[in-house]
Design a protein around this ligand. Structure first.
Ligand SMILES: Cc1cc2nc3c(=O)[nH]c(=O)nc-3n(C[C@H](O)[C@H](O)[C@H](O)COP(=O)(O)OP(=O)(O)OC[C@H]3O[C@@H](n4cnc5c(N)ncnc54)[C@H](O)[C@@H]3O)c2cc1C
Length: 372
């Protein structure tokens, strides 16, 4: 039977960042990444807002806050060093009406409490000077928020890992994991439908929307440990004529319990995207419901009064792998070495929703620390 030291399941941004981080250290050898699709980044990592977040929304000392803040700094530095396209545009978090002011002030004070000091509270005139088309009563500026070409980032991780001898097996799906006295036997399905097994000392589960199933293969009761994932879909519409609005910052209204609210995100190609919304779904289906255009229009027109229904065209969607059920509040990322479950050298990354893209390098560092 073939044998490898480290197997990473999933070549999304998280699996790729981990393979990159490990490949930089000569002590890690024989690293294999398996990915069920024919290429990397075919699921959530290519279906998101491509925002480098600044850790504004999560509780102090949570993994989401800490990894986002560290990941933000690491990502900007990596982009600079390796010419990965990005822009630090800054983000305006705004109160469209007086009823929203308290929510925005609460976010502002939470961010200060988390140790972020570079925010600027702004009145409506200051916001109008920055973004003349935006209507609101107050808000704050997060200058450390930006946008990134996430595909270029994944391509960088992939090529840098390959240059350090990381092996990638595409079209290969993990379908079984058996714990052995030392390490694991992984069963995989190849593109032609054949199954084969190999041994690995370490398993890193970075399987995104399917990470709970991988944990279950290893014998973890995902209900006992609250690892079961629930899908929450986010759709986007695009503005047909972005130049009409001339918006250069990211514009965010108050968030809901499950999403950041339907916001406006400039992209690196000069486009403007609206979204994502949030809808609980049972299956993975990326089609856009045209009927939801009205909801997007009504939401965004609250703070962009010049918007007309004809400005909106349907775009893409993504699905959030959420650990929280529809009626539950905040759940943190699960990033765990499962040694206390009898699974030495088995690392789970579950519920890596936003800000996962921003946090990818900090998450990779954390995984490396588990192994060292
Ligand atoms: C609508 C939306 C907007 C978002 N916006 C942002 C944002 O602006 N900023 C930000 O920081 N974060 C954002 N996020 C979060 C970010 O996109 C995710 O945290 C990140 O992409 C997760 O990466 P991943 O590698 O864990 O998952 P994925 O990209 O889903 O990768 C997992 C990979 O595992 C593979 N896989 C699964 N099962 C198996 C198996 N059995 N065998 C082999 N391979 C398998 C899959 O095919 C997939 O390629 C957003 C998410 C969504 C849904």
């Amino acid at each position: 039977m073939e044998k490898t030291d480290i197997t990473i399941i999933g070549a999304g941004i998280i699996g790729l960042a981990i393979s990159y981080e490990l490949s930089l250290r000569s002590k890690y050898k024989n690293i294999l990444v398996i990915e069920q699709h024919p290429s990397f980044g075919q699921e959530t990592s290519s279906r998101n807002s491509e925002v480098i977040h600044a850790g504004l929304y999560y509780p102090k000392d949570s993994l989401k806050t800490n990894l986002c803040l560290r990941g933000n700094r690491l990502l900007y530095a990596l982009c600079e060093q390796h010419q990965i396209p990005y822009k630090k545009l800054g983000k305006l978090v705004i109160a469209p009406t007086p009823n929203d002011t308290k929510k925005i002030e609460d976010i502002y004070h939470n961010v200060l409490h988390c140790g972020v000091t570079h925010l600027q509270l702004l009145d409506k005139n200051q916001i109008r000077t920055l973004e003349p088309r935006i209507s609101c009563v107050m808000g704050f500026l997060s200058p450390e928020t930006g946008i990134i070409d996430s595909h270029a980032l994944m391509k960088f991780f992939y090529e840098a890992s390959k240059s350090k001898q990381v092996e990638f097996a595409f079209g290969v799906k993990a379908i079984g994991i058996e714990k052995k006295s030392s390490g694991y036997t992984l069963t995989v399905q190849e593109p032609n439908g054949d199954h084969f097994c190999f041994e690995t000392t370490t398993v890193i589960n970075a399987a995104g929307l399917h990470a709970d199933k991988i944990a279950e293969f290893a014998g973890i009761n995902i209900d006992t440990y609250h690892y079961r994932l629930h899908f929450n879909k986010g759709q986007y519409f695009r503005l047909a004529h972005p130049q009409k609005f001339n918006i250069t910052s990211l514009i965010y209204p108050p968030p809901s319990a499950t999403s950041l609210g339907i916001h406006i995100t400039p992209d690196l190609a000069g486009g403007l995207r609206l979204g994502p919304d949030d809808q609980w779904v049972d299956t993975i289906n990326y089609t856009i419901n045209e009927k939801d255009k009205k909801k997007f229009f009504n939401d965004v027109r609250r703070y962009l009064p010049e918007l007309t229904p004809n400005d909106l065209i349907s775009d893409t969607s993504g699905i959030r792998p959420k650990l929280q059920k529809p009626d539950e509040s905040f759940h943190d990322f699960v990033i765990a070495h499962e040694i206390d479950k009898g699974l030495e050298n088995f690392i789970n990354l579950i519920g890596i929703e936003s800000p996962g893209l921003t946090s990818c390098l900090a998450i990779a560092e954390m995984v490396e620390e588990f192994l060292s």
